[in-house]
Design a protein around this ligand. Structure first.
Ligand code: 5RP
Length: 226
């Protein structure tokens, strides 16, 4: 099962590489699917493709450096040509739930600065409605318990993310609350309500941001455009 899902991730990364053209500045997402994309991209760079990447996490940055993918930063780049990222859930309107890897803030900054956001995923990420996967919300560590109580008033059951028994700390030095809601029928409204809470940095809801989603399934590659 895991192997089949892995093969789909590899296949979709291969399919997405055609989105990348000479001289582009590319937002590099985070997660295992993106790891495969970086490997493909590194091969193209080796063959002479000239690009610059802006990584959306320290993990992605580290791997890109190891693979000799040229990187840039927001001090010199105003707009990205494209951002390519994974997702934890994708609904039929191409709204996304992201942040399973804890990189949602940087991923959203990168995606919001790109002319085009392309999401790559295996077909297990396709859902009718967002919310079966707990929604990651990045919060300031100070008073996170108070923030969790405010989220509870919005209907969230939240769990402080831990890794090997220790509190998970994001690349930005913050905590992640993984939140379950009865349903997420109106993702934009929910995102806005959560964003208003003091202590919340960002939510993992990416509503109306994806321009294209490329899925890999048993029968091959399918493309959904906004
Ligand atoms: C990380 C993310 C990832 O894009 C998401 O978790 C998908 O990861 P994977 O490709 O490993 O399934 O949002 O914050």
């Amino acid at each position: 099962m895991a192997l089949i899902q892995d093969e789909k991730k590899k296949a979709v990364a291969k399919a997405a590489i055609d989105e990348i053209k000479h001289d582009m500045v590319i937002g590099l997402g985070s997660g295992t699917t993106i790891t495969y994309l970086l490997q493909e991209l590194a091969q193209r760079v080796k063959e002479g493709l000239s690009i610059q990447g802006i990584p959306s996490s320290k993990k992605t940055e580290k791997l890109a450096i190891k693979l000799n993918i040229p990187l840039a930063g927001f001090s010199e780049i105003k707009q990205l040509d494209i951002a390519i990222d994974g997702a934890d859930e994708i609904d039929e309107h191409l709204h996304l739930l992201k942040g399973g890897g804890g990189s949602l803030v940087r991923e959203k900054i990168v995606a919001s600065t790109a002319k085009k956001l392309v999401i790559i995923a295996d077909d297990s990420k396709s859902v009718k409605q967002l919310g079966a996967f707990p929604l990651p919300i990045e919060v300031v560590p100070f008073g996170w318990e108070a923030t969790a109580r405010k989220l509870a008033a919005l209907g969230a059951k939240s769990v402080l993310r831990k890794n090997n028994g220790k509190v998970f700390v994001s690349d930005n030095g913050n905590y992640i609350l993984d939140c379950t809601f009865d349903n997420i029928s109106q993702p934009q409204a929910l995102h806005e309500n959560i964003k208003q809470l003091v202590g919340v940095v960002e939510t993992g809801l990416f509503v109306g941001m994806a321009d294209k989603v490329i899925f890999a399934g048993h029968d091959g590659i399918t493309v959904h455009q906004r």
